[in-house]
Design a protein around this ligand. Structure first.
Ligand SMILES: *[C@@H]1O[C@H](CO)[C@@H](O)[C@H](O)[C@H]1NC(C)=O
Ligand SMILES: *[C@@H]1O[C@H](CO)[C@@H](O)[C@H](O)[C@H]1NC(C)=O
Ligand SMILES: *[C@@H]1O[C@H](CO)[C@@H](O)[C@H](O)[C@H]1NC(C)=O
Ligand SMILES: *[C@@H]1O[C@H](CO)[C@@H](O)[C@H](O)[C@H]1NC(C)=O
Ligand SMILES: *[C@@H]1O[C@H](CO)[C@@H](O)[C@H](O)[C@H]1NC(C)=O
Ligand SMILES: *[C@@H]1O[C@H](CO)[C@@H](O)[C@H](O)[C@H]1NC(C)=O
Ligand SMILES: *[C@@H]1O[C@H](CO)[C@@H](O)[C@H](O)[C@H]1NC(C)=O
Length: 376
């Protein structure tokens, strides 16, 4: 999000080096902590200070601020921030219906968690002035201020959900703009499952049972990754090695659920040699290996994630299928037990732990279900 800082009011708060004795006030900070170091130790003006800019009508939304308490006036809130010696990175000041304000001292700012800044009419968000306000970094870089010594760092803009996660450890799942080969691409990141950092590369759903031959699979390219929101998009696997070149892929994750089967599958390629080789096959970097068929070791290529309540793990014997077209590798037969349990999307088959070959007379073709594909 971009702001025109000049339209917001600008304040300076100074704390002189006096002995502040607050005692042990609930959830407030101990006094006598220096923030910006005075430039001249022998100066008569031996003080700590911050400059702040107000974003009126905004709040940087966090459920657990560093401190959260009522104050009689705004000055008191900003002074509390100064006393944290850099732990405080921004402030929310919420006007109470009674006299006074709710003062929230935050360990985050709009640079690391821009998505948390939302409008809220009774709140003002205070940014500590910093060098990033002058946009010193390159076009493809992100600026993160360091408030202690008033410097900044430029980071490459994230090119994957796992990099977003590193920059914004508290980010919640949702859509993010990442930079792929200099281009902005909006992607969905699962920031929750197994530590988060998963980029969704396929979201396919059947919302109604339909006993006719399903429509062709909705295959698209990297620029259209935001189409996962439709529940009707899967990335052309041919593009995965390209994606991998811009944003290394260590793991592939497969999720599916079909009420008619009744088990949630959520598994990820493991870090065993078989798991890594098979992951490299799925993302188009490795040729198919016939030893992946009828192989008792096949289940060791994957690990179950916590929400997987299926019984598949020790039962599958086959990974991938020979001679599959490169553009369908990721989602075509990721794992299977011949004629019984198949996982993935393939021509007219939509399988999730079942065997759903074309049998219109049986009417088991297009049954309600959801399939999700992720990389990390
Ligand atoms: C200024 O503050 C620092 C840190 O508390 C202290 O070491 C120094 O003696 C102070 N200087 C003056 C002139 O008070
Ligand atoms: C520090 O402050 C003293 C007293 O005000 C002054 O004489 C001295 O030149 C200052 N030093 C610097 C580096 O600004
Ligand atoms: C702000 O409130 C503090 C006590 O919370 C008080 O000491 C101070 O004088 C007040 N300042 C103004 C400008 O009202
Ligand atoms: C991505 O960038 C576009 C264009 O600036 C913007 O409209 C969109 O809201 C951004 N998406 C996210 C998730 O921030
Ligand atoms: C069932 O599938 C056919 C072929 O894909 C499609 O034309 C039809 O609209 C679908 N019916 C429903 C109710 O979704
Ligand atoms: C995936 O598709 C479903 C529709 O079937 C949709 O409700 C869901 O929000 C989509 N997931 C994402 C992350 O967009
Ligand atoms: C996948 O992408 C390749 C290369 O861009 C293209 O030739 C192929 O037709 C695409 N496949 C599908 C199913 O869209």
């Amino acid at each position: 999000m971009k702001f025109c800082y000049s339209i917001f009011t600008y304040f300076i708060f100074i704390i002189f080096r006096i002995n502040l004795t607050f005692g042990n006030l609930h959830r407030q900070f101990s006094p006598n902590i220096r923030y910006h170091q005075p430039t001249n130790q022998s100066s008569a003006f031996n003080y700590s200070f911050i400059n702040v800019k107000k974003l009126k009508g905004y709040i940087l939304s966090y459920t657990s601020p560093l401190a959260d308490f009522e104050v009689a006036n705004k000055t008191k809130c900003v002074k509390e921030c100064v006393k944290t010696e850099g732990l405080c990175k921004s402030i929310n000041l919420i006007t109470l219906t009674t006299d006074g304000y709710q003062c929230q001292i935050l360990a985050h700012d709009i640079y690391t968690t821009p998505r948390n800044l939302i409008t809220q009419s009774d709140s003002t968000h205070y940014i500590i002035t910093n060098k990033c306000m002058k946009s010193p970094c390159g076009k493809d870089e992100k600026c993160v201020p360091n408030y202690i010594d008033n410097t900044f760092n430029c980071y490459n803009k994230p090119s994957s959900c796992s990099e977003v996660k590193q920059l914004q450890p508290l980010a919640t799942s949702g859509f993010f703009n990442i930079t792929l080969n200099g281009k902005r691409v909006q992607v969905y990141c699962d920031m929750h499952t197994d530590g988060g950092g998963w980029m969704m590369v396929g979201n396919y759903s059947i919302t109604q049972n339909n006993f006719s031959n399903p429509l062709p699979l909705p295959v698209g390219d990297i620029e259209s990754l935001d189409q996962v929101s439709t529940g009707n998009f899967i990335l052309n696997s041919t593009h995965l090695p390209v994606l991998e070149g811009w944003s290394p892929i260590k793991e592939v994750r497969f999720f599916c659920y079909k009420p008619s089967v009744g088990e949630t599958m959520d598994f990820v390629t493991s870090q065993t040699l078989l798991g890594i080789n098979f992951k490299n096959y799925l993302i188009g970097k490795f040729a198919y290996t016939s030893s992946w068929l009828n192989n008792a070791q096949a289940p060791t290529a994957f690990q179950k994630l916590p929400d997987d309540d299926s019984s598949w793990l020790m039962e599958i014997y086959n990974l991938g299928i020979p001679n599959v077209k490169k553009d369908t590798r990721l989602w075509n037969h990721i794992a299977w037990l011949s004629g019984l349990k198949h996982y993935g999307l393939y021509r007219d088959r939509r399988e999730c732990g079942d065997y759903n070959i074309f049998e219109p007379q049986v009417g088991n073709l297009e049954q309600i279900g959801k399939w999700r594909f992720y990389v990390r």
